[in-house]
Design a protein around this ligand. Structure first.
Ligand code: CMP
Length: 140
């Protein structure tokens, strides 16, 4: 299995509750390494551009408003099969449908305030990582 990188965002509902460390522990216990990390406040244009693929969805405005409602932690996770592994650790988008023991099931508040974002494919991961980090920021 190849070593991959994926983009993760710890969302405002999680920074508000001061559980970024608990979430990082889930990644590390599963064998993923946090090889880049920055706590930022997204601007509206940044949130809209990041989620541009969802621009036509009914939830787009609410999603962007939520993502700028507080700080987020953007991070690069590295490890074997990192994209799929992170998706497994996160669980389903809607916390109500996520498996017990997954981040979204254990910490998510709603489908919007679901604590974490993770890239959905290796191709998306490359684009999403480059959106926030240069190669010089990533220390494996
Ligand atoms: P995320 O992985 O960050 O990608 C897009 C986000 O939109 C998703 O997680 C959810 O938090 C959010 N969202 C809000 N409403 C919906 C919905 N009805 N269906 C899918 N995603 C939604």
């Amino acid at each position: 299995m190849a070593i991959e990188r994926t983009l993760s965002i710890i969302k405002p509902d999680a920074t508000r509750r001061n559980i970024t460390g608990k979430i990082n522990m889930r990644f590390e216990e599963a064998g993923l390494r946090v090889v880049a990390q920055r706590r930022i406040r997204l601007t509206r244009p940044q949130a809209e551009a990041f989620y541009a693929v969802h621009a036509e969805r009914s939830f787009f405005n609410d999603l962007c408003a939520f993502m700028i409602s507080g700080p987020v932690v953007v991070q690069v996770l590295e490890g074997e099969n990192a994209v799929q592994k992170n998706r497994d650790i996160m669980g389903a988008t809607n916390p109500a449908n996520a498996k017990p023991g997954s981040i979204r099931r254990d910490f998510g508040e709603s489908i919007e305030a679901n604590s974490v974002h993770g890239s959905d494919s290796a191709e998306t991961a490359a684009t999403e990582i480059a959106y926030f980090f240069g190669e010089i920021d990533i220390v494996g």
